[in-house]
Ligand binder design. Structure first.
Ligand code: NAD
Ligand code: ZN
Ligand code: ZN
Length: 340
């Protein structure tokens, strides 16, 4: 099968012909139709983080497609089911975290396109218990970005505990951020988007953001304090240390800042201000299968729609180059050449 493979960190991915994986008792084999390109895939291919991925690696954790083969112990799915393979490839199902509905914190978890091969390929092996079905009225390309960008931002907004009618600042209006704007609005929040450039401003405004702040022209924290007296919550998806410092200063007293973007740097937090202002600093990592089901339903109900550009897998290196420069508006989805 055709797959995009990285063999050395920071080197170009190569399109290779590799073996279709064997299906174990608890596995399903998914014929991939589409896969969204997440900035995490770029971090993986660059070896940016303290925990490194396997090498060689087939990246991709927004893969969607149809089941073509089932392991002998998988009885709740059938050949032809339309499913996606999220970042949470599998978890143990037995630890405290798994039992408490916090499976994304399981210490035994495997991650698609990181610790195991992902969906930049014509076929991807998945754990039958951890794939999530796609609602019938959602196309593969529309569903793909929801399997990471969608569920991650949906969950981040939930943990922010910001209420309907309150101000939510979305810092970084890229692949994740443009969906965060939509989920926040669908949840009844009022949105301020922060990013740069005319295209991202136009998109944020079109999606319904009340304000757009260009971080290259204005200091977002000052502007947000001035416009609304500080946001009730901030979800920071930007891959930039400065953006996190700015996000911290953008919340009002008692507000929450949810850290989602993953620049490999530290964020200095002033103890005095955090205590006196009772600010909540919250980390948020993807979402559970239940979060994913909910977030897909928002799209199936027409409340959220990823802005997508479809490209062939062969262009992956150019897509990564554009992503590194911050030049992608919305999400790029690669099409595996099957009918979407
Ligand atoms: P992206 O490249 O599509 O978007 C990032 C956006 O941030 C771009 O639009 C860029 O212009 C903007 N940006 C850069 N500097 C900024 C600044 N100073 N202020 C405001 N905006 C700024 O990337 P993505 O796919 O949306 O991923 C974003 C980050 O989220 C990555 O680090 C990725 O690894 C991480 N991520 C985290 C989770 C999680 O579960 N926590 C899940 C998925 C992705
Ligand atoms: Zn992702
Ligand atoms: Zn577990």
């Amino acid at each position: 099968m055709k797959a995009a493979v990285v063999s050395t960190f920071k080197e170009r991915l190569e399109i290779k012909d590799i073996a279709i994986p064997d299906v174990g008792a608890k596995d399903v084999l998914v014929k991939i139709h589409a896969c969204g390109i997440c900035h995490t895939d770029l971090h993986a291919c660059h070896g940016d983080w303290p925990v490194k991925p396997k090498l060689p690696l087939v990246p991709g954790h927004e893969g969607v497609g149809e089941i073509v083969k089932l392991g002998s112990e998988i009885h709740h799915l059938k050949v032809g089911d339309r499913v996606g393979i999220p970042w949470l490839f599998s978890a143990c199902g037995q630890c405290d975290y798994c039992l408490e509905g916090q499976e994304t914190l399981c210490l035994e978890q495997q991650n698609a396109g990181y610790s195991v091969d992902g969906s930049y390929a014509e076929y991807c092996l998945a754990n039958g218990d951890y794939v999530v079905k796609i609602p019938d009225n959602l196309s593969f390309v529309d569903a793909a970005p929801l399997f990471c960008a969608g569920v991650t931002t949906y969950k981040a907004l939930k943990v922010s505990e910001v209420k309907p009618g309150q101000w939510m600042a979305i810092v970084g209006a890229g692949g994740l951020g443009h969906l965060a704007i939509q989920y926040a609005l669908a949840m009844g929040m009022k949105v301020i988007a922060v990013d740069t450039g005319a295209e991202k401003m136009a998109l944020a405004k079109k999606l319904g953001a009340t304000h757009f702040i260009d971080f290259k022209h204005d200091k977002p924290s000052e502007k947000i304090q001035q416009l609304v007296g500080g946001a009730h919550g901030v979800v920071c998806t930007a891959v930039s240390k400065v953006a996190f410092a700015e996000s911290y200063r953008s919340v009002r007293r008692g507000g929450s800042i949810v850290l989602v973007g993953l620049p490999p740097e530290e964020m200095p937090i002033p103890i005095f201000d955090t205590v006196l202002n009772a600010v909540k600093v919250i980390g948020s990592i993807v979402g559970t299968r239940k979060d994913l089901k909910e977030c897909l339903q928002f799209a199936a109900d027409g409340k959220v729609k990823a802005i997508i550009e479809v490209k062939p897998l062969e262009q992956i290196n150019e897509i990564f180059a554009d992503m590194l420069k911050g030049e992608i508006t919305g999400r790029i989805v690669v099409d595996m050449g099957n009918e979407a």
